[in-house]
Design a protein. Structure first.
Ligand code: AMP
Length: 279
């Protein structure tokens, strides 16, 4: 497995790998969710490249950039065992040298929900993913459904900017109790961890209630918010159009129940697709 520290070396190594090439961007502190993306990329491509980069541009000034978990050596072993051929892991200085000043301004989907609570977050994500994609030149980028709005933002960018990449979104990997795997779960106290699965229960309740005929969005939201266990506190819990992240107009088209909650200083995100069927 190659480890590249600059865009130039990542590009020359990537070009020499068998193609098509699948690419899995990460911030490291790997868990089974990341590995599911690698597995899928491996099944659909001749080689897999991944990146490890905790991107300061996508963290707000009071967010967890400094304390975000970092486990570089263990992550490299994990990627190697999973069959990854190239890990691109630039330093912050290599990614953003002095006088770096360009950014990618994503469109409307970036201004909703996460974009409201984390101003500038998606500009940081868009800028770094565009740089990573230019370094690796993959045929396909693999993203997690867990960060559904991120995937929608990146899909819009790929389309609007004519990127020659496909985007595949992989279903969320969960603990047995329903909690979505996340590097940030390591921050949770025992009390917060015990409450955390209620986030997915609340979102799954919406999907179940819609499947059994409930169509009143206001009722659904009140019920779901009521299912969140203390000390979880929601920042948003909504039913949206999965492409635009605008409030869903109804259940005639695909919809997504999506939420961000706080567990003390830690933010947890999750979502559940709503499968509509006439009944
Ligand atoms: P991160 O390292 O948190 O930036 O995540 C890197 C990629 O892994 C993103 O595309 C995430 O959406 C994806 N991911 C994170 N958690 C999960 C999960 N539980 N299941 C599937 N994909 C995930």
């Amino acid at each position: 497995m190659h480890v590249a520290r600059t865009a130039e070396s990542a590009r020359s190594i990537a070009r020499a790998l068998p193609h098509p090439l699948g690419f899995v961007p990460t911030m490291g502190a790997l868990h089974g969710g990341h590995l599911r993306l690698v597995e899928r990329a491996g099944a659909e491509n001749a080689a897999v490249a991944a990146s490890i980069f905790v991107n300061p541009l996508q963290f707000g000034p009071h967010e967890d950039f400094a304390r975000y978990p970092r486990a570089f050596d263990r992550d490299c072993e994990t990627f190697e065992r999973a069959g990854v051929s190239l890990v691109y892991a630039p330093s912050v200085e290599a990614m953003y040298p002095p006088r770096f000043s360009t950014s990618v301004n994503p469109g409307a989907v970036a201004n909703r929900l996460e974009g409201v609570f984390r101003p500038g977050h998606f500009t940081g994500v868009a800028t770094v993913v565009l740089k990573l994609v230019h370094a690796i030149e993959p045929a396909t980028v693999y993203l997690g459904q867990k960060d559904a709005q991120q995937a929608a933002v990146l899909r819009a960018i790929a389309k609007d900017l004519d990127l020659a990449v496909s985007i595949v979104v992989v279903p969320t990997v969960r603990e047995d109790d329903g909690l979505a795997l996340s590097s940030r779960n390591a921050y949770l106290s025992p009390e917060q961890r015990a409450a955390a699965p209620s986030l997915h229960r609340a979102l799954a309740h919406i999907a179940c209630a819609v499947a059994s005929g409930e169509r009143n969005v206001a009722n659904l939201l009140v019920q779901a918010r009521g299912l969140l266990a203390s000390p979880l506190a929601w920042e948003y819990l909504e039913i949206v159009d999965p492409q635009t992240f605008e409030p869903a107009a109804g259940f005639e088209a695909p919809a997504l129940a999506v939420a961000a909650v706080r567990a003390g200083p830690t933010r947890l995100l999750d979502n559940e697709p709503i499968v509509w069927s006439a009944n």
